[in-house]
Structures are given as C-alpha cells and as structure tokens.
Design a protein around this ligand. Structure first.
Ligand SMILES: [Zn+2]
Length: 316
C-alpha cells in the first residue's frame, strides 16, 4: 500500500535541504547538498535529484506535493526565485513550474522566514499559537507573522520585513537604502563590521592574529564572555538595539508567542537579560508580560517542516 508523503525543502544561500514527511508530520529522511555558486539550470537538476533520492529512501511513497522555503526576494505569486544577491544568476527562475512539471504535484514557494515560522507553528516552539511572530537573527534578520496557521501577507503577496524596521536614523547604511535598520545593527555581519571598525579592538585583533577580516560575531561573543571591555560594549549595544526591535514588534502585534532563532540564541546569555529587563518596565498599554518569548525548537529543519506543512495542511 502506498503512503502519502510531502516534500519540504529549504533553499539557502549556501545549502539546499530536502526532507520527506509522512502525513503525521514525521520526518522520514532528509538529503542536502551545497548550492553555493551553482547556476540555475544545474541547481534545478540538483534539487530534482535530491527530491528523487528522498522519495527513493521511503517505502511506496505517494507524493502529495512539494513546499519550498527559499531565501528572498521571491515572486511567490508566480513561483519565481529572484535572488541574484545570494544565489548568483538566479533571476526569475521558475522553480514552481519546473518542479510541478517534473513531479506532477502541487508546488508551493514561500520566503524562508515564513516557511521556518510555519514549521515552528506546526511542530516546534509555537505549536498552534493563534498569533506567532518569529525572528531569526543570523547573517541577516528574518521575520514572519503567522496568524491562525496562515502566513500574514502584505500588498500583492509581499513579505513584510521586520528586519528593516528603522531603529537608529544615524546608524549604518543598509543595502535596502535606509540607515540604521534593525538588521544593520544586530545581524552577525553588523556586529562583525562594528567590531572591525572599533578603535579599542586590540584584544579582538590579537584573537584574530592581527587580521581584522577574521573578526566575526562569534569572536566578539567569545571575547565579551571572557570580559574584554570593547567586546562587552559592542554586545551591550547590540542587545539594546535587539530589545528595541522586539519591543516594537510586540507593540504592533502582541503575539501569543514570539520565537527566536539563529545566532542570537547562541549568544542568549549576552542578549536576553537586556530584553528581559526592558520588558519588565510596566506598560499599561501593551501586555508585554503575557507574550511568551521562546527559543525555536526545530533548528535547521524548521524550513523543511514548514514546507511540508504548506502541502499537508491543504491536502489532508
Ligand atoms: Zn534595511
């Protein structure tokens, strides 16, 4: 007897991950490969091969569909990847049409932050939260709002970018054209850039064997934990800016659950006390104390779960 399965896929700037799930939401197997510097045609061939390998790894699969979370920008209405920024040459790549033709099943494409948030809603930290807001702080900052199990969409299906909320108008220039966006202040890249330019970064430079390009957020975190005053100041500023962004988000949306993931959780000891302190300030307007702030549960697999949920929530 055949078993109904869904494929969940996560396409990032460096890796593509493919998981095969049964209808109960169990991950039966997963395959991944590097996609860095791979042109679209070869990339699509690689993706098709990974899907086929995933299907071949389970007994008598009956494929219901393929759900994809992909690093944006995307055209989710027309199923196109438009992201030459992190996927070189991937301009208007019709991934939905291509995979629909090859596998003859429904294919859904969503922003990777939305897919990961759906995964956390379905099987992770925000299980069945009526209003779930997800924030991922890594190289950049991704955000997503899930309401009643559905992705909140903006005008023409656009994906709201909480990472580009303006925190400091005198802050560093952001690639979006503004200054002092949340992402430009708290992302891993932002912390690295700030530390490289800091006047008193002697300790960090010594740790990086004199090469400023080797100073990264992980090194700043390590140095801060070891008590280096310059690194502590950098992390305290990042923690304050992080808290301001979270406060804005809660003020706008008052979600039941706010899920945090990415590098920020690896430095939780440096970031979260400032947020907790800020949230303690009594506020008669917004019930900050009732918003559950939780670490994500599914890690790298959140996008795979979210992709599978896009299919299973409609198919079953
Ligand atoms: Zn920006």
């Amino acid at each position: 007897m055949s078993q109904p399965v869904a494929i969940g896929m996560d396409i990032g700037g460096t890796h593509v991950r493919v998981g095969v799930f049964n209808s109960d939401g169990h991950l039966l197997g997963q395959h991944e490969a590097s996609i860095a510097a791979i042109a679209p045609e070869n990339g699509l061939n690689l993706i098709e091969r990974l899907i086929q390998e995933s299907l071949d790894s389970v007994i008598s699969p009956s494929l219901l569909g393929i759900g994809i979370g992909c690093t944006g920008p995307l055209d989710t209405v027309h199923g196109l990847i438009n992201n030459p920024y992190t996927l070189e040459g991937w301009n208007s790549v019709p991934i939905v049409e291509r995979l629909s033709k090859t596998f003859k099943v429904p294919v859904r494409l969503e922003n990777d932050a939305d897919a990961a948030a759906l995964g956390e809603y379905w099987q992770g930290a925000g299980r069945e939260a009526k209003r779930l807001y997800a924030v991922t702080v890594g190289t950049g900052v991704g955000t997503s709002l899930i309401v009643d199990g559905k992705i909140y969409r903006g005008l023409d299906g656009s994906h709201p970018e909480g990472g580009h909320q303006l925190i400091d108008p005198d802050g560093p220039a952001c690639y979006c054209g503004h200054r002092g966006c949340w992402e430009s202040l708290i992302s891993g890249l932002a912390i690295s850039r700030y530390a490289r330019g800091a006047k008193d970064n002697g300790h960090l430079l010594a740790m990086a064997e004199g090469d400023p390009n080797r100073i990264n957020a992980r090194l700043v975190t390590e140095a801060a934990r070891a008590g280096d005053p310059a690194s502590l100041a950098i992390m305290q500023k990042a923690a304050r800016d992080f808290s301001l962004g979270i406060i804005n988000i809660i003020s706008f949306f008052v979600p039941d659950v706010l899920v945090l993931s990415g590098g920020v959780m690896k430095s939780a000891d440096l970031f979260l006390p400032t947020l907790e302190q800020t949230l303690k300030t009594p506020n008669p307007m917004v019930p900050f104390d009732r918003v559950h702030i939780l670490p994500a549960k599914l890690g790298y697999y959140a996008g795979l779960y979210g992709g599978a949920y896009m299919i299973l929530s409609e198919a079953i």
